[in-house]
Design a protein around this ligand. Structure first.
Ligand code: NAD
Length: 312
């Protein structure tokens, strides 16, 4: 049995992760949310929820105490494109919020999962895969990895995380990241609309189908701690493509689909600063990470699920 608090439970990852955790654990799986982003439908009906603003340490502590929480999934963040527009708020949520979570975890004995991102890699070293970001999103992610490691080494808090690539899902739309186009393209294809791609041809980024991402978030928290040489944060990978490759893959199943480029300079600059692909050897060796989906199997599943959703 596990009692889990998911902070940011109504976002792209949280809305699915919360349901998945409720399907595998018997305990209190609490959907934390902020006013204006309340849980709805199945997410609301299937278990407890609580207002938990990550910038409010007392609110986190009260919820942890009330539901006897042993594990916190910290998913609150501003994603890369949004964080560039609101860097101060991105820091307040990403770092101030993480500090609050780690302090509560230290005092109340919780394990903590805080996703990092391919955004930790940066501008002047794109191909070398060195942590050196030039975005506020990346700065909070690198700092978050370091702070989480510090809490593990200094206080013994059970902190763990993975660097998610762009996550692709048919359930909840993404929240303003650089890889969102790889979700939007499927929606346009199924709706029969032309797709305007904000990322230029030839720009490769790491991506992952949501079921693999959710499994990674759960498997790393269940991994035997004796086997973990690293904690924060593991690269995990399953596929890397540019807009042309995903477009042509979709066209295999929907030959009439059409894409044009309308490159967004902000997103393009961020995309170019990220690596083309990641080495996930450590995750494979230390906790048995293995993806199940590649681009083609993801495309088939995305198109099938979205066709049901849009009655096509
Ligand atoms: P999202 O933007 O869809 O959701 C973020 C959630 O945080 C929302 O529910 C929002 O209401 C909540 N939130 C905002 N401010 C808050 C606050 N002050 N207190 C509590 N909650 C607050 O993001 P997501 O895609 O679900 O991402 C979750 C985590 O995974 C983030 O740390 C993100 O950086 C990371 N990540 C996501 C991806 C991806 O492709 N989705 C890739 C890499 C890393």
């Amino acid at each position: 049995m596990k009692n889990v608090l998911i902070i940011g439970s109504t976002g792209q990852i949280g809305s699915e992760l919360t349901m998945k955790l409720r399907s595998i654990y018997n305990g209190n799986i609490v959907a934390g949310y902020i006013p204006g982003a309340e849980p709805k439908g199945e997410l609301k009906e299937s278990g407890p929820s609580a207002i938990v603003d990550i910038t409010n340490e007392q609110q986190i502590a009260e919820t942890v105490s009330k539901y006897n929480i042993d594990t916190i999934y910290n998913l609150a963040a501003l994603l890369s494109a949004v964080a560039e527009a609101k860097p101060q708020l991105a820091w307040k949520i990403g770092m101030g919020g993480l500090f609050n979570v780690l302090e509560v975890a230290r005092e109340m004995g919780c394990a903590v999962f805080t996703p990092s991102s391919i955004g930790v890699f940066g501008n002047n070293t794109p191909k070398d895969k060195i942590r050196n970001p030039r975005t506020m999103y990346g700065v909070t992610k690198v700092s978050g990895e370091l702070l989480s490691d510090y809490y593990h080494i200094r206080f013994g808090v059970d902190t763990r995380s993975v660097r998610f690539p762009g996550l692709i899902s048919y359930v909840t739309p993404p929240g303003g990241g650089t890889t969102d186009y790889a979700v939007d393209i499927y929606y346009s294809a199924v709706k029969g609309e032309k797709f305007e791609c904000p990322i230029a041809a030839g720009t490769f980024m790491d991506m992952m189908y949501m079921p693999d991402g959710l499994r990674a978030a759960i498997e790393i928290m269940e991994a035997n701690p004796d086997k973990l040489i690293h904690r924060n944060s593991f690269n995990i990978a399953s596929m890397s493509f540019d807009p042309e490759i995903i477009y042509n893959n979709i066209k295999k199943y929907m030959p009439d689909f059409h894409m044009e480029y309308k490159v967004d300079p902000l997103r393009q600059a961020i995309a170019e600063s990220w690596p083309n692909s990641l080495d996930d050897t450590c995750a494979r060796e230390e906790w048995g990470w293995k993806p199940e989906y590649d681009l083609d199997s993801m495309t088939q599943d995305m198109l099938a699920k979205l066709k049901i959703r849009f009655n096509k």
